[in-house]
Design a protein around this ligand. Structure first.
Ligand code: SME
Length: 164
């Protein structure tokens, strides 16, 4: 049994350090991408409070046919395919840069998978300079995510680069 749990009163920095320690441990020596994404999605759901969706979209296809396809997550069922450049995930995938969105209603093209979502953080996972997936966190609270969340999820993305 895995029993990872952050203390209730830790700072965001400590919380992400513990999350990333748990993610490193649970994916260590395992090369199955789906299993690793599934376990990390579960960890995100357990470690990051005030989120209603946490998980992965994978970059699939090549050249003009590249798109994002839904991967392992915790939360409500979500849209399956996202074209590059569309919505918050598509923007992160196309630019290769994290998207920190305080108000999803103000983001042009935002895709509302869960009507409760108010803010969102999407971080690309890069391998050899190419986006291979994005990590998506949604919150029902406006402006839920800040620089500490972005830095923490970017560290997680770097850790997962060759594990998904
Ligand atoms: N809101 C995202 C779509 C994915 S869901 O939030 C799970 C977007 O605009 O890309």
């Amino acid at each position: 049994m895995y029993d990872f749990a952050p203390p209730a009163d830790c700072s965001p920095e400590e919380r992400y350090a513990l999350l990333n320690e748990a993610a490193a441990a649970i994916t260590h020596g395992e090369d199955d991408a789906i299993a690793n994404m599934a376990n990390v999605a579960a960890l995100l759901g357990e470690f990051i409070p005030d989120t209603n969706w946490a998980g992965f979209y994978r970059m699939v296809g090549s050249g003009e046919a590249k798109e994002l396809i839904l991967g392992p997550f915790v939360g409500r069922p979500a849209c399956i395919r996202i074209p590059l450049g569309v919505g918050v995930c598509g923007a992160a995938a196309q630019s290769g840069a994290a998207q920190l969105v305080e108000d999803v209603h103000a983001f042009p093209g935002h895709i509302a998978c869960d009507a409760n979502s108010r803010s969102e953080l999407v971080v690309p996972v890069l391998r050899d300079g190419e986006v291979v997936a994005v990590i998506d966190l949604d919150s029902p609270s406006p402006a839920r995510f800040g620089p500490a969340d972005q830095a923490g999820v970017e560290a997680l993305a770097a850790l997962l680069s060759d594990r998904i």
